[in-house]
Design a protein around this ligand. Structure first.
Ligand code: BES
Ligand code: MN
Ligand code: ZN
Length: 499
């Protein structure tokens, strides 16, 4: 769908979307539309009992005199209370409504009688962002596109009518870059595991050099040389070569230490020799949701030319059972020098991240590291799909990410770490074991990661509940929701740009 910005004027065809504030108050263009239609709009609102409350709609097909042949009136409540997030969700909700319509053209008039919280052009851009996020679709494997039932995508041309349309178009550019990053992350999570294996994931990352990222990809030989036995051993059962991909965006001042994002990229998790049960195993194609987020985020930062130095690192492996696969009981060496007894080959994500985190802090000396991983089923039990679990050694970084969660709607909930939990992964035979027992499963996984971060400020986000099978809402209808791209982009924008 193409999103355009133009000066307010009654359109000649298609659907006209008008916003109404609490009390069913209409602004300028809406008033002239009402007058041109001979009061059809106000009569429809009255008979529908419409009061302009948020998330209420009046749909009026077959309007005459307006130019548009359909008018959709959308309640927005108190215009002065609309935050950036609320405007994105409003844009998404409108796009959802428009998808049910057959027309190819639609225009949304952004105007209000009371003062908005943010500038009207920013508000228009946020609407556009929400529309773009909502209308994402993933259908490369459907041989019949656009059948009658499947109208997702809505109108081909959507115009947002706003007084300073040039400024709105400018404000939309970075938001569009972020939406592209979200769409990329969604695509990666939705792709089937026979297509998106570690080699293909790395190939797609290389393609991002187009957006200005510097890309390096390490193969198994290079990783072995660096001593990353822990990561490489996870992929031993796979026909595909494991990879470590490094994305660099150096948009900040030369002297600025980089921020670093590290993602678990298990392109398929069978559990390995500790094989998972069959039911729902197909979902494990999404076990690279952390890596997808890091990739989408890096694209977004580059595409909007963020004034920050940022590193994205993803460990790409496939966890398969095979004659060469690692066994429960194996002891492996990590790049850090610490040894690990692998008691369950299904606790593989932490093994991938152990070497990836160590490598990241040694090579890049980052200001902080945030890792994202679909790490434990236990986090889904604890938090459902509402929040990602946050584990951290830094109150400051935790609070910044929590705040970014509130402003984007991608919320996190902090979980505990501590010495008593750490003891649960001590091993009789090696420096540590990769499982801690039934209790506090998400925390013992995080304790394991913490043994590879030293004192770098660090946040671990367990996204098992949010990155795949994502909650559907006004701005996301996709299984792979691209969770975390908007959150971490916000974190960077709020605290780390140009500093
Ligand atoms: N990828 C899974 C975690 C997961 C489960 C993600 C459900 C999304 C939905 C991870 O590799 C795993 O298998 N974790 C085990 C750890 C256990 C063996 C200690 C788990 O959570 O059961
Ligand atoms: Mn697993
Ligand atoms: Zn996994």
């Amino acid at each position: 769908m193409k999103i355009k910005f133009a000066r307010p004027a009654l359109p000649r065809r298609g659907t006209l979307v008008l916003l109404a504030e609490k009390g069913a108050k209409l602004a300028k263009l809406a008033h002239s539309a009402d007058a041109a239609s001979g009061d059809q709009l106000s009569r429809a609102m009255k008979s529908a009992g419409f009061e302009g409350k948020k998330d209420t709609f009046v749909d009026i097909p077959g309007v005459s005199g307006v130019g548009a042949d359909r008018v959709l009136i959308v309640g927005i409540g108190e215009a002065g209370e609309l935050t950036e997030k609320a405007l994105e969700f409003l844009g998404g909700a409108i796009a959802g409504r428009l998808q049910a319509h057959k027309g190819t053209e639609a225009a949304i008039a952004l105007e209000s009688t009371s003062k908005l919280k943010i500038s009207e052009s920013d508000a228009a851009a946020r609407l556009g962002s929400g529309i773009s996020l909502r209308t994402y679709r993933f259908d490369p494997y459907k041989s019949k596109k656009n059948d009658a039932k499947d109208q997702a995508g809505g109108p081909q041309n959507l115009t947002i009518l706003t007084a300073d349309h040039l400024k709105a178009r400018k404000s939309f550019e970075p938001l569009n870059a972020i939406a592209e990053g979200v769409h990329l992350a969604r695509d990666l999570v939705n792709e089937p595991p026979n297509i998106l294996h570690p080699e293909e994931f790395a190939r797609r990352i290389k393609g991002l050099s187009k957006s200005g990222l510097k890309i390096e990809v390490l193969g198994e030989a290079q990783m072995n040389k660096l001593g990353m036995e822990t990561l490489v051993a996870v992929g031993h059962g796979s026909e595909r070569e494991s990879k470590l991909a490094i994305m660099k965006w150096m948009g900040g001042p030369k002297s600025q230490k980089p921020v670093a994002f590290v993602g678990k990229g298990v392109t398929f998790d069978t559990g390995g020799i500790s094989l998972k049960p069959g039911a729902g195993m197909g979902d494990m194609k999404g076990d690279m949701g952390g890596a997808a987020c890091v990739t989408g985020l890096m694209h977004a930062l580059a595409a909007r030319k963020a004034k920050v130095n940022a590193i994205g690192i993803v460990g790409l492996v496939e966890n398969m059972p095979d004659g060469r696969a690692q066994r429960p009981g194996d002891i492996v060496n990590s790049m850090s020098g610490q040894t690990i007894e692998v008691l369950n080959t299904d606790a593989e994500g932490r093994l991938v991240l152990a070497d990836a985190l160590w490598y990241t802090q040694k090579r890049f000396k980052p200001q902080f590291m945030v890792d994202l991983a679909t790490l434990t089923g236990a986090i889904l039990i604890a938090l459902g799909k509402e929040h990602a679990g946050l584990f951290s050694n830094s109150d400051e970084l935790s609070e910044r990410i929590s705040a970014a969660g509130h402003s984007t709607g991608e919320t996190v909930w902090r979980m505990p770490l501590g010495a008593a939990y750490d003891k649960m992964i001590d091993s009789d035979f090696a420096d540590m074991k990769n499982i801690g027992g039934r209790e506090a499963g998400s925390t013992t996984a995080a304790q394991f990661l913490q043994r590879f971060v030293n004192d770098v400020p660090w946040v671990h986000l367990d996204v098992a509940g949010t990155a795949m099978g994502s909650k559907k809402n006004a701005i996301n209808q996709s299984w792979g929701g691209g969770w975390g791209v908007r959150l971490l982009n916000q974190l960077v924008a709020d605290h780390y740009e140009g500093k």
